[in-house]
Design a protein around this ligand. Structure first.
Ligand code: ZN
Length: 55
C-alpha cells in the first residue's frame, strides 16, 4: 500500500496520507482523513471554541 496524496478539504493543500497512517486507520476502522494535520487540529479546537462569524 503506497503513500497517498490527499487534498485537505479546508485549505485545499495536498498532504501525505502515509502507508503507516493508512494501516493504523484501517486497523482502528477510522475513515480516510479529509483534513491535513494542521486543519484537523484547528477544526478540533474550533469545535470547543467556535470563532465569531465574519460579517
Ligand atoms: Zn488544511
Amino acid at each position: 500500500m503506497p503513500d497517498k496524496i490527499l487534498t485537505c478539504q479546508n485549505c485545499h493543500n495536498p498532504f501525505v496520507y502515509s502507508e503507516y497512517e493508512q494501516k493504523l486507520d484501517s486497523k482502528n476502522s477510522r475513515p480516510t482523513p479529509i483534513y491535513d494535520t494542521i486543519c484537523a487540529s484547528i477544526k478540533a479546537s474550533g469545535q470547543k471554541h467556535p470563532p465569531k462569524p465574519k460579517k
